[in-house]
Ligand binder design. Structure first.
Ligand code: PMP
Length: 362
């Protein structure tokens, strides 16, 4: 039976990438050893990192005005790194809050710097559905060390499709669960970061795309491994990087380029999301609580209207080969994460199962 993994992260990776990695596992490029057993400073590994960065730059159209860093510590590592590097003594960091992860970023930053948080949700205006105000109406203060927001809230299933702007403060985005899922104009941002474990590769690695001029900020005293300027100077090798995760990221980027790049992924992601949301909307057995204009294409939370059937739904979906559909513990219900690696057939299999389950339990 084909199994489909809907885990929010660590998430499924493209099967073609996993098969290639399996083949190369103990003998990479004829070296007679695994890629995880060689020096990160060897010419073979350095060739991999050069290729990996070039590939990401092509995929996201990243100009020379930006540095690309491969760091440790996932998304939360960056929750700390951002304030430590971008702090200014005389201006607050502004955090736009729209769900669980943006709030998490706010509380981490508040340990290090003065923070002003802004609620960008607009739930009352949408008959109780979760909703987001247009970015152009966010009340951003005139003075800020930076503006932080989260374009895709993985837990809440809320995605923001417009980009805030500010006359002077840099725009920082936590793209952990949306990077490479749709086209972004990187030039609208000053710092983009993402934990790898959704659309990039294994957990632990984080990618940081930072405008070079921001590296001149002194920020606060910080651990070397979270220091952007130091990592940029050292080619992301101030200390031993997570080499196997970096290798797999390079393979995922190669797979993306061979499969039409971000534009093709975006088209497929729209089709997958439409299939699932339109079924949920047409059903009186399931519901989604997010206003249509800000529904996530990557993480689709849904609720059974009769929640006493939750355990049955989870156990029968598992038997049907549909894995990890439990909602996040904070919000409950169900959640299907449908990142780039999830094929349309996986979403169709989920919809077929949901239809059958609804019929049998109505
Ligand atoms: N930001 C977002 C949007 C996330 O979805 C997550 C994890 N799911 C994080 C940050 C935290 O990432 P990590 O667990 O790698 O620290």
């Amino acid at each position: 039976m084909t199994k489909y993994n809907f885990c929010a992260g660590p998430a499924m990776l493209p099967p073609a990438v996993m098969q290639k990695a399996q083949k190369e596992f103990i003998d990479w490029q004829g070296l007679g050893v695994s890629v995880m057993e060689i020096s990160h400073r060897s010419s073979d590994f350095l060739a991999l990192t050069t290729k990996c960065e070039a590939s990401l730059r092509r995929l996201m159209n990243i100009s020379d005005e930006f540095e690309v860093l491969f760091m440790h510590g996932g998304g939360r590592g960056q929750f700390s790194a951002v304030p430590l590097n971008l702090h200014l003594d005389d201006k607050p960091a502004v955090y736009c809050e729209n769900g669980v992860w943006s709030k998490g970023a706010t509380s981490e930053a508040a340990k290090f710097t003065a923070v002003e948080s802004i609620n960008v949700r607009d739930d009352e205006q949408q008959n109780g559905q979760f909703s987001i105000k247009p970015a152009s109406s966010w009340e951003l203060p005139a003075d800020a060390s930076y503006i932080h927001y989260c374009p895709n809230e993985t837990v809440d299933g809320i995605e923001i499709f417009d980009v805030p702007s500010h006359p002077s403060a840099p725009i920082v985005a936590d793209m952990s669960s949306t990077i490479l899922s749709r086209e972004f104009d990187v030039n609208q941002f000053d710092l983009i970061y993402a934990g790898a474990q959704k659309n990039i590769g294994p957990s632990g690695l984080s990618i940081v795309i930072v405008r070079k001029t921001l590296l001149e900020r002194e920020g606060l005293a910080k651990p070397g491994i979270l220091d952007y300027a130091l990592e940029a100077k050292q080619g992301s090798m101030y200390n031993t990087p997570p080499t196997f995760a970096w290798y797999l990221a390079a393979e995922v980027f190669e797979w993306l380029e061979a499969n039409g790049g971000v534009k093709a992924m975006e088209e497929q992601n729209i089709a997958k999301a439409e299939l699932l949301y339109s079924y949920i909307d047409s059903s009186d057995f399931y519901s989604n609580k997010v206003a249509k204009h800000c529904r996530s294409r990557m993480n689709v939370p849904f609720w059974l209207n009769d929640e006493s059937l939750n355990d049955k739904f989870i156990s029968e979906s598992k038997e049907a080969g549909l894995l990890a559909l439990e909602g996040h513990r904070i919000v409950g219900g169900m959640r299907a994460s449908i990142y780039n690696a999830m094929p349309l057939e996986g979403v169709q299999a989920l919809v077929n199962f949901m239809e059958k389950f609804a019929k049998e339990n109505s």
